[in-house]
Design a protein around this ligand. Structure first.
Ligand code: AMP
Ligand code: MG
Length: 542
């Protein structure tokens, strides 16, 4: 096999002079050399074949013992120079100091057959200088969740890091899952994730927090030269306006990512600045969750239950706050007097707001099958149509994914009576939840009235039902990684049965297609899953 690794990140950026894994503050360096700690019995649980092919890893290698050994951290391929990256971050709004790759180890940067770069990074590969109190390991349940969700998001068309493999380690890991004083041994696993780079906002913040402008500038130049090539022609040094232009680009990419989350009902759960990719990729799948009944106030993260900082509906605002932290971090190296530099960065944040609003409007129009939203201030206009729907969905527990799929099937070309109209969307409603009125029978008039407005509006566009349905289906997924489905796959995988994971992954490769033999993955969250740990409540313990 002929895989070409190029250690560009390691070669071009300042290294930690020490090479042991003793926990420490690492100053003036972007990375520390560290080897994965071998595991007892690496066993391949899942491999993403199409990604492996893209990377140039042939099928016979994917099926060989070496593959599990490399992806479990027991072996290296020639040219790999493993390292852990140094970064800091704001966690839940507070500066947390040095964090770094505490259990992630990049094996190397692969040059793919098409000439692209792909960082192969193991998560759960053992301690690094950045492990703090942690053991550097990851449990099967969280690794499977990261593996499955990365790929689900990719096929949904939401920017994300990818996942190449899931390897069982054959070792136990001890976790206190609910932080309630009941540590227990759980099976361990390692995910190999893939991205052009895993650089986060926190990689830049750490140097500013230490007054280390030189390293900050070196890292920024590296980032722009290799990952934002349009801003640095001919691989030369970025020009004077490059930093502000880069920041603006990060802002716009972040807007696209968050609009993608809002479209499919994804809640990241831990939007700390160390979990924000400068490429605008969804990164670090931890206590994330998927919206079942549409509730903008929902957060899957038990650690966030108090303030709900990272709740579904607040993600656009939190992204802006995180971007402001990134802007503050690069301010000291933006050329010009501080006022001008500040204004240049302010323009980047404005670009975030503009990009978000524009894309959010286009996204909602597409979800409703409209060409575009019209009549911004008209109370009977499209903006009101959208706002009223979101209020309705939140008032009466309604499954978000199912609702939009059913809406696409409401006939608009022939007269329909109220009862028949309501029957079309009825399957999206949950039974009683916490005393809230549930079935549309609770207040059928409001939904019927809204559906009638929608029918009138789409009729104006004059698009045939069948055509509009196909367009709506292309943005409203039928299959998402519902929280309880991930848990079922975990339960079975823990018992040694990978059938559910395989079937789920296969289904999620075509999330917008009807798959009649996979209707079971379209179902509403069952009652047993509503308050079950792992299904609606997740801790950061992973
Ligand atoms: P997260 O909440 O997953 O974004 O992690 C925050 C920080 O904690 C990162 O620096 C991680 O590398 C580190 N971390 C999380 N879990 C562990 C662990 N089991 N061992 C070492 N470091 C960890
Ligand atoms: Mg993280």
């Amino acid at each position: 096999m002929d895989l070409h690794f190029d250690d560009r990140f390691v070669r071009e950026l300042p290294a930690d002079p020490r090479t042991d894994a003793r926990r420490r503050q690492v100053l003036g360096a972007c990375h520390s050399a560290v080897m994965p700690t071998p595991v007892a019995a690496p066993r391949l649980l899942a491999c993403t074949r199409d990604l492996a092919a893209e990377l140039g890893i042939p099928p016979e290698v994917q099926d060989g013992d070496d593959f599990a050994a490399v992806m479990g951290g027991n072996q290296l391929w020639p040219g790999m120079r493993p390292y852990a990256a140094c970064y800091g971050g704001h966690q839940f709004g507070n500066w947390a100091g040095q964090l770094g790759d505490g259990r992630a180890i990049t094996l190397g940067e692969l040059v793919t057959p098409s000439g692209a770069r792909a960082e192969l990074q193991l998560k759960g590969a053992g301690p690094t200088p950045y492990s703090r109190q942690g053991d550097g390991r990851a449990v099967l349940r969280s690794s499977l969740r990261e593996y499955a969700c990365s790929e689900a998001m990719h096929h949904l068309g939401v920017p994300t890091t990818r996942a190449l493999s899931l390897v069982a380690t054959g070792e136990d890991v001890v976790r206190d899952m609910l932080y309630d004083g009941h540590p227990a041994a759980e099976p361990g696993a390692v995910v190999c994730r893939v991205a052009p780079t895993f650089l986060r906002f926190g990689n830049y913040e750490i140097f500013t927090s230490r007054g280390d402008r030189d390293t900050l500038r070196t890292l920024l130049d590296h980032t722009i030269r290799h990952h934002f090539t349009q801003l640095a022609p001919d691989l030369g040094a970025p020009g004077p306006d490059a930093y502000a232009a880069w920041y603006r680009e990060v802002c716009e990419r972040t807007a696209t990512m968050v609009v993608g989350w809002m479209r499919v009902g994804f809640v990241h759960g831990v939007m700390n600045t160390d979990n924000m990719s400068v490429l605008g990729l969804t990164i670090d799948y931890g206590p994330y969750g998927w919206i079942d009944d549409f509730d903008p106030n929902w957060t899957p993260n038990t650690t966030d239950a108090g303030t709900r900082r990272y709740r579904f509906g607040q993600q656009p605002q939190v992204a802006a706050w995180n971007l402001a932290q990134l802007g503050r971090a690069i301010l000291p190296v933006v050329p010009g007097d501080p006022a001008a530099a500040g204004a240049a960065l302010e323009a980047g944040l404005d670009a975030y707001v503009a990009a978000f609003e524009r894309q959010q409007a286009a996204m909602m129009a597409a979800k409703l099958g409209l060409g575009q939203l019209r009549d911004g201030d008209d109370p009977r206009g499209d903006v009101a149509l959208v706002d009223d729907l979101l209020a309705l969905l939140a008032a009466v527990p309604t499954d978000m994914t199912i609702f939009y799929r059913l809406l696409a099937r409401v006939p608009t070309e022939a007269p329909i009576d109220d009862r028949a109209l309501l029957e079309h969307v009825r399957p999206a409603y949950y039974d009683a939840i916490d005393g809230r009125v549930t079935s549309p029978a609770g207040d059928p008039g409001r939904m019927v009235a809204w559906l009638r407005r929608w029918i009138a509006r789409v009729s104006e566009d004059g698009v045939p039902d069948a055509v509009r349905r196909a367009r709506m289906d292309a943005v409203n997924p039928k299959y998402v990684l519902r929280n309880y489905l991930a848990q079922l796959a975990i339960d079975d995988a823990t018992k040694g049965d990978l059938g559910t994971l395989d079937a789920l992954m296969d289904t999620l490769r075509r999330p917008y297609d009807e798959q009649p033999d996979r209707e079971r993955f379209f179902g509403k969250r069952p009652d047993w899953a509503r308050n079950r740990v792992g299904c609606s409540m997740l801790s950061c313990s992973s």
